[in-house]
Design a protein around this ligand. Structure first.
Ligand SMILES: Nc1nc2c(c(=O)[nH]1)N[C@H]1C(S)=C(S)[C@@H](COP(=O)(O)O)O[C@H]1N2
Ligand SMILES: [Mo]
Length: 362
């Protein structure tokens, strides 16, 4: 049983120290806006004990650096609300692990959630600091938690290109779903970068620095890279990896659960689909492992390019064993690979093959 900061006690826990957990998929699918109690938690180190007086500094290539706590930011900058998915680059890694060993926790399809975030626009904060503008600049974030890395313990740090940082939907956020951030989700302040992998949305924010190069922290410089399929841990070559920012179109079946024993006939199938800044234009489902497909109904979507879609379909399943599959399409006509083998990489990132669930009907 888990009683951490009011997290739901039915989370699937991958690790306690650091704490990593995801919700069961039927629970995730129950609300279009994910409650904080159900949002997956991904931590690289211990959750730092910060209070509301914690101050964030803004500086670097900036004429008027300053620091502020959450209340000061809220008073000084117009609060902005953005609905956005938070999704780990390792979401659905379990499917890749089934192909060949991968490093990292075996996330099912629950390392994703969809929230309404409230905060100051990062662009407003950067402008207030008189930050330099121009091509090739980056905004680096250092957090207050310390993670174990191959180079020793170090503060968590990442960066995003300044061009992305100036997007009006990138936030220095203090609230999720109208409530202050809870400790495990970054209290008192975190960055939210819609459309990018969760790792680029640092929690427990300590500093914001405009600079002429990406962050040299471990998470930015050495981790969260998509490596080619022939690379293994012992042949890791950073120059052959690219930095994971945007995420591919992805989807999952949340009901029924794998192994479910169902009554033959019309079976209700439902799940999520998300496309990282593009609209999900269609979702297809199959009851026979992908030989025949039918279009699912988009049950819920809110028009935000950063949001997910909830879809549902009824499949007619005769008695016997069946492999259900889903694949989503984005507005650029891109869809998901059929097999996790197609995009396997030794870190198990961006696992987005057709999601398959085996069930039995009787
Ligand atoms: N400071 C800090 N920020 C962090 C992390 C972390 O370990 N430390 N994990 C990152 C990763 S990999 C993800 S997927 C998201 C998860 O956010 P959540 O735990 O609020 O769901 O936070 C990101 N921000
Ligand atoms: Mo992540």
């Amino acid at each position: 049983m888990l009683h951490l900061f009011g997290k739901s006690d039915d989370l699937i826990v991958h690790g306690r120290a650091p704490f990593n957990a995801e919700p069961p998929l039927d629970r995730l699918r129950a609300s279009f806006i994910t409650p904080q109690a159900l949002l997956y938690v991904r931590c690289h180190g211990d959750i730092p004990a910060l209070d509301a007086t914690h101050r964030v500094s803004v500086g670097g290539l900036a004429a008027t650096p300053f620091d502020a706590d959450a209340a000061e930011l809220a008073a000084r900058f117009a609060p902005h609300r953005v609905r956005s998915v938070m999704q780990c680059a390792g979401n659905r890694r379990a499917d890749m692990r089934a192909v060949r060993p991968v490093s990292g926790d075996p996330w099912a399809a629950g390392a994703i959630g969809h929230a309404e975030w409230t905060g100051a626009r990062l662009a407003d904060v950067l402008r207030a600091a008189g930050c330099r503008d121009g091509d090739g600049l980056h905004v680096a974030f250092e957090s207050r938690d310390v993670a174990e890395t191959p180079d020793g313990p170090a503060r968590f740090g990442v960066s995003i290109p300044l061009s992305k940082a100036m997007h009006p939907d990138v936030l220095v956020a203090w609230a999720m779903d109208g409530e202050p951030l809870t400790p495990e989700h970054g209290f008192p302040l975190r960055i939210v970068v819609p459309g990018y992998a969760g790792v680029r949305s640092p929690k427990w924010l300590g500093s914001i620095t405009v600079q002429d190069r990406p962050s040299d922290a471990f998470q930015q410089a050495k981790d969260y890279k998509l490596f080619p399929p022939d690379m293994r841990p012992d042949t890791e070559d950073l120059s052959r990896g690219f930095t994971i920012d945007e995420m591919p179109v992805n989807s999952a079946i949340c009901v029924p659960a794998p192994g479910a024993a169902l009554a033959a006939g019309g079976v209700a199938v439902g799940g999520w689909a998300a496309a990282s800044g593009r609209a999900v234009v269609r979702v297809d489902v199959s009851g026979d492992g992908g030989r025949n497909w039918t279009q699912a109904e988009i049950e819920e979507h809110d028009g935000s390019p950063w949001s997910w879609s909830f879809w549902r379909a009824t499949l007619d399943l005769p008695a016997g064993e069946h492999e259900l599959c889903v694949r989503a399409w984005d507005a650029a006509g891109q869809t998901q690979p059929a097999l996790p083998d197609d995009t396997w990489n030794f870190k198990g990132y961006l696992s987005a093959a057709w999601h398959r669930v085996r069930v039995t009907a009787a």
